[in-house]
Design a protein around this ligand. Structure first.
Ligand SMILES: [Ca+2]
Length: 396
């Protein structure tokens, strides 16, 4: 994501990716907040963490996190002309971040705290602390600012609510400086009840059309992705007041809240991004055992899960194949991974990166320890493999 208010700092988030229990091993999670700035230096804050579905390792991992924060700050492979430095520390289990239009950086912590980073560093207390269910991959997972934030102070979050049942929720809060106005929560949308702890999606962003887009996971029930009878495994689109736009593609065939469905056939779209200024919406769909996807966001699309993981073996007119996919196996460690964990377009006003980066989509992989670039202007050509420091959790 790009900080429009402070173009001398180009910011890219490589958020956490969740590996579901279907991977038949403990879900290990790493979150990186990577702040890139050419000429003035490359600033990096990385937090690596690891959990399993039963949280058996949580205490031990607290120690690992400390080690990783220190060790991740050295040894990354950087483009020429870039350097790196720590800009914030003290975050716990960060899941997503977004710049406010005024330049502050808001960071979600899985356990429910929404933190604020300003020039003076990480602020205390949190902007708001939500009573979330943070089991497995649940928790506070997404944040977006209202396009009119500077006037109305509205921001939106995606989190796992605990009452009356466990389910994901999209709510609006009103800011008063670095704190939420008490009791300002306005619930926009309650998703379906959860069973499994994994595949929650959670990214939320406003499109250029002023609508709020919400990425949801299939909750480990792949059939959810192909039905218009629930909101799971989808990309949703709602108005900023929680109402449903009448021009949604399934508005006339789905019922109730399901009219919010904008696209379907997704597995666990933990992150997605709109290109600033328009042009593209890329959805990162975490794969199961074979392929990680970057999908072009198009209204009414069916992205194929679970019939296809990656591009369909036989072209199917009912499904939209990824614009790019990479595999879980192969000989080249620079191109192989296990879970696509984040992406951001580089289209800042007055950016300071070399011109070759403009319009490029950066994406990262959890296990591959790399950041690569996809250039829509060059036929979606993918290049680069900026190796990051091998995360400490690998030694567990
Ligand atoms: Ca797909």
């Amino acid at each position: 994501m790009i900080n429009a208010a402070s173009p001398e700092k180009e910011i890219t988030l490589f958020g956490q990716a969740f590996q579901g229990a279907d991977r038949a091993r403990p879900a290990r999670i790493m979150t990186r907040v990577r702040i890139l700035s050419h000429e003035i230096g490359l600033l990096t804050s990385e937090v690596c963490r690891s959990v399993d579905a039963f949280r058996r390792f949580k205490t031990a991992l607290a120690f690992v996190v400390v080690l990783c924060v220190e060790r991740c700050l050295v040894g990354a492979t950087l483009p020429a002309g870039f350097t790196e430095a720590l800009v914030a520390s003290g975050l716990s289990y960060p899941t997503a971040m977004e710049f406010a239009p005024d330049g502050r950086l808001f960071v979600c912590q899985q356990s429910g705290e929404l933190r604020v980073i300003k020039n003076s560093g990480l602020m205390t207390p949190p902007f708001v602390t939500l009573p979330v269910d943070s089991f497995a991959e649940r928790g506070l997972l997404g944040i977006a600012f209202d396009p009119g934030f500077l006037a109305n102070n509205f921001l939106y979050v995606y989190y796992t609510a605990t009452t009356p049942t466990t389910h994901n929720r999209v709510s609006r809060f009103t800011a008063n400086g670095d704190l939420a106005i008490p009791a300002s929560e306005f619930v926009l949308l309650d998703l379906n009840d959860l069973n499994a702890g994994n595949h929650n999606g959670g990214a939320i962003h406003f499109g250029l059309d002023g609508k709020l887009y919400i990425a949801t996971g299939d909750n480990a029930v792949s059939a959810n992705s192909q039905t218009l009878s629930n909101l799971l495994g989808k990309m949703l689109r709602i108005n900023s007041d929680g109402s449903i736009p009448a021009d949604n593609p399934f508005y006339n065939v789905a019922g109730g809240d399901n009219r919010a469905i904008w696209a379907l056939g997704l597995r666990n779209p933990f992150t997605f991004a709109f290109q600033p200024g328009g042009g593209h919406m890329f959805i990162n769909d975490v794969g199961e055992s074979t392929w990680e996807e970057i999908d072009e966001g198009v209204a009414g699309s069916n992205y194929g899960w679970p019939a296809c993981e990656g591009a369909c073996d036989w072209p199917d007119p009912d499904f939209r194949d990824p614009i790019f996919q990479y595999g879980h196996s192969g000989l080249d460690p620079n191109t192989v991974g296990c879970a696509i964990v984040g992406g951001a377009f580089y289209n800042p006003p007055g950016g300071r990166f070399p011109s070759s980066f403009v319009g490029v989509y950066f994406f990262a992989d959890l296990c591959g320890d790399w950041i690569r670039m996809l250039d829509p202007a060059q036929g979606n050509a993918v290049s680069g493999s900026r190796r990051t420091r091998r995360p400490q959790w690998r030694s567990l």
